[in-house]
Design a protein around this ligand. Structure first.
Ligand code: NCD
Length: 303
């Protein structure tokens, strides 16, 4: 039985195969429409979500399976004091696979210790978000055409943004990816990610200014300042609008730049950018459906 807790649980070959299958599903949806007949996905969301939960559910329904779950922990027995361990023990008797989002770092790993079915980490606190990374990789592969030999700028809240932690980890196994970490000094990439890169002999550059550096990028990955993980509101208010990508800033960018964002966006990408051909973020969100279909098939070992 396989779980997906962190992106490092998958090899490069497995990730490449998932991207291949996801692209095949994208092109031939009917071929897959009964693959999960009789199987049940449980979506346990202890934190808010739109895309991740709905794309997981859409994925399982698209495979002919069924879905149970909750999107608000206050409606579950957690509000009565039930432990995560007990919830998982019980739900793994009701389902064939579990996708869980939880505010605590490390909670997905705890869930795997109590589950009798595969557990997928759909985001654990400010730590990891491996399924977002899979769809980010699919997007880069589809929109840029390659997963090696490019420069990516990760921009915004690199401290609390779980998506950028998983993405930097994943891209470290591809060849010749140059990293630019663009953040205010208060929201820098955590040391453990930087140490992981250094150990692998990968260099990165930390900068504060987006506009000065935008011309170097093939991929720009914008992120939201993670309000819910700040200890005080004042710091959030001071930092929330530190980067706003607009048409003026894009003037110096490459013509083939891919602009990604895991969404939801707040102010960090002006809506005037949405109709720029370089804006990939809504297509990126859609690819999540196909990538999650591929992942469910893999973890349930369905060919
Ligand atoms: C991200 C998340 O939940 O970490 N959203 C998502 O899953 N698409 C990013 C965010 O909330 O800022």
């Amino acid at each position: 039985m396989r779980d997906l807790v962190g992106i490092e649980d998958l090899s490069r070959e497995e990730i490449d195969e998932l991207i291949r299958v996801a692209m095949d599903i994208f092109d031939n949806r009917d071929k897959y429409s009964e693959k999960c007949k009789g199987r049940i996905l449980a979506t346990l969301f202890f934190e808010p979500s739109t895309r991740t939960r709905l794309s997981f559910e859409s994925a399982m329904l698209g495979l002919g399976g069924n879905v149970i779950g909750f999107s608000d922990a206050s409606n579950s027995s957690t509000s009565k004091g039930e432990t995560l361990a007990d919830t998982i023990t019980v739900v793994s008797g009701y389902s064939d696979i579990i996708a869980m989002r939880h505010p605590k770092d490390g909670s997905a790993y705890v869930a795997t210790m109590h589950s009798r079915v595969p557990v997928i980490n759909a985001g654990d606190g400010g730590h990891n978000h491996p399924t977002q990374t899979l769809l980010d990789l699919m997007t880069i592969r589809k929109e840029l055409g390659r997963l090696d030999n490019f420069t990516i700028g990760l921009c915004g809240d690199l401290t609390f943004g779980r998506t950028v932690h998983s993405l930097a980890t994943a891209l470290s196994i591809y060849d010749n990816v140059n990293f630019l970490f663009i953040s205010p000094k208060e929201l820098k990439m955590p040391d453990y990610i930087k140490e992981m890169l250094t150990k692998k002999g990968i260099t990165y550059t930390e900068v504060e200014d987006l506009e000065e550096n935008i011309d170097k990028l093939d991929v720009l990955y914008m992120t939201r300042v993670q309000r819910e993980r700040f200890l005080n509101e004042e710091d959030y208010v001071r930092l929330k609008d530190v980067y706003i990508l607009d048409k003026a800033k894009l003037k110096k960018a490459k013509k083939e730049l891919c602009i990604l964002h895991p969404l939801p966006r707040v102010n960090e990408i002006s809506i005037e950018v949405d109709d720029d051909p370089r804006a990939c973020y809504f297509r990126q969100a859609e690819y999540g459906r196909y990538m999650r279909m591929a992942l469910i098939l893999k973890l349930l070992d369905i060919k």
